[in-house]
Design a protein. Sequence first.
Length: 112
Amino acid sequence: MPAHKPKHPYIRPEENIPILPDNKRISSLLFTEPVDFFVGNSYGKYLWRDTKIPMVRIGYPLFDRHHLHRYATLGYQGGLNLLNWVVNTLLDEMDRNSNITGVTDISFDLIR
């Protein structure tokens, strides 16, 4: 019997990795324990809309973006693409949240 009981029944306590079989359980986890961003395919679009958590589109299927399936996701070029997508997603979210002039627009830059 483990000494530490996880906060969520679908997380392995020794690694803190979610083991979730479908979007409904992932959605419940994202509402109870929000994250900075998540990685998903086109079906993650509904989670993005409902939870307002930024999403990086990776994987298969990708129906909702034009020709995104053509970019490499493995190897050196895939690593660069993944880094580019994650950073741009976070920058988009920062821009989206900087909507009050003089208060929250401190990081609303044209050039980064």
